[in-house]
Write a protein that binds this ligand. Structure first.
Ligand code: TYD
Length: 400
């Protein structure tokens, strides 16, 4: 296999077996479903981490139900991100901001009072309709060169193109970057936010690996990618969302300068982007699987009830890699209305509301949304459930 950023040969890091598309929740446990290999590869040449097998958007997105949760953690992140972009001079009161993969428009709604204009582009019909209903103008489409050209022609070029947690969702990152470049003014900026590969590997977050995540970006690999589009990295910011994320700010090549943060963080990446760290990551994944399997079996023998908390994409990877089914965990608690009443792929666990899941007080919750651990535990406790305990699976299994 070859690197889909730089075309050099790649090596295998971790094989998680066959998994269904992570967000393909089902109406009934008997609905047909397909599983596909989930194999992580690493390019020693440009530092890129990628999925070996990529699924087409038609397979991945037909029943897409990921609605960005209304979370104080995310709200705080939007505030911090906006202030970082303002302070760096990357966005201002006159900026026209276009966001690719804008979901229900939460980020654009947050920044709209501070900029000149906003426009979202998102391929999920139901979710882009929600954005439009909420007053955030949103085009229902994949962000490609055609849409970018249409926007540039009708609305003008964008001062800021934002791609949060979506650039890695394509078999190749090149078309989306080319589209962003088409739409960008000469002095504009592109903001790309993604889970940070360094956190994924260093914190043993193997559950971040699922079919939607076809790339795991680092500064090292992003530099290689941007250079192919006559773009350059000018700044980076780390953020605590999604288990550790990175915000890349890019501009057209020749613009700059590059802030000190870029080099400082990049020099630390070599400690993680190497063969020994990749082998450790694979070992940790298999240890977590063994520990969790044994622990769930022990709880079942002791007659303890376990629900999962968070109908997350990463939960699909975790549950299927570990081999959990609805016999071990009958219910998954989740606040997303669109997910409730549906069944998690392959494990066939039924999704129920938080009100019900909290009130039923299982002995344990397996925290498949461990990235919101603090928020969820305090929500459960303040709702009066003082007894259920939490199994936190990442970076290694612990009970809280
Ligand atoms: P997220 O971590 O974004 O998942 P992924 O990217 O792996 O799909 O999703 C978090 C999920 O957890 C989402 O479905 C909503 C749910 N959730 C709750 O049920 N309660 C909460 O308090 C929070 C913050 C999230």
């Amino acid at each position: 296999m070859t690197c889909r950023i730089c075309t050099a040969p790649v090596g295998e890091v971790l094989d998680l077996g066959e998994s269904p598309p992570a967000n393909a929740l089902k109406r009934s446990p008997s609905d047909p479903e397909d599983s596909y290999p989930l194999v992580l590869e690493w390019c020693e040449s440009c530092g890129n981490l990628q999925l070996r097998d990529t699924l087409s958007p038609e397979l991945l997105y037909p029943g897409y139900r990921y609605v960005t949760p209304d979370s104080p953690l995310l709200g705080a992140h939007y505030t911090e991100l906006l202030s970082y972009l303002e302070t760096g001079g990357y966005v201002g009161r006159d900026s026209f901001v276009v966001e690719a993969g804008s979901n229900a428009g939460q980020f654009l709604a947050h920044i709209r009072p501070s900029v000149g204009g906003v426009l979202g582009v998102d391929p999920a019909e139901e979710i882009s309709a929600m954005a439009n209903e909420a007053g955030i103008p949103t085009i229902c489409a994949f962000f490609d060169a055609e849409v970018a050209g249409e926007i540039a022609g009708t609305r003008g070029k964008a001062n800021l193109v934002v791609a949060r947690h979506c650039l890695a969702h394509n078999p190749s990152p090149h078309p989306m970057l080319a589209a962003a470049t088409t739409l960008l003014t000469d002095t504009g900026y592109i903001v790309i936010e993604n889970a940070y590969a360094i956190d994924t590997i260093a914190n043993a977050e193997f559950d971040q690996i699922y079919h939607e995540h076809m790339f795991y970006f680092s500064i090292t690999s992003m530099r290689a990618l941007l250079a192919q589009h006559a773009l350059r990295l000018v700044d980076v910011m780390l953020a605590p969302v999604h288990g550790g994320s990175i915000v890349f700010v890019a501009a057209r090549a020749g613009r700059g300068p590059e802030t000190a943060a870029v080099g400082e963080l990049e020099s630390a990446e070599a400690d993680v982007l190497n063969g020994a760290a990749m082998a450790r990551f694979a070992r940790q994944a298999s240890e977590t699987r063994a520990t969790l399997r044994d622990f769930l079996a022990e709880l079942r023998d002791r007659g303890k009830s376990v629900y999962s908390y968070g109908a997350t994409a990463k939960g699909t990877t975790l549950l299927n890699y570990v081999g959990v089914t609805s016999a071990d965990i009958p219910y998954c608690v989740d606040s997303t209305r669109l997910k409730q009443g549906l069944f998690l792929p392959k494990s066939n666990i039924e999704v129920i509301s938080e009100e019900r899941g909290i009130a039923e007080r299982p002995d344990y919750y397996l925290l498949t949304a461990w990235n919101y651990a603090e928020e969820i535990t305090s929500k459960v406790r303040s709702a009066g459930n003082l007894t259920s305990r939490f199994i936190v699976p990442i970076p290694s299994v612990r009970v809280a």
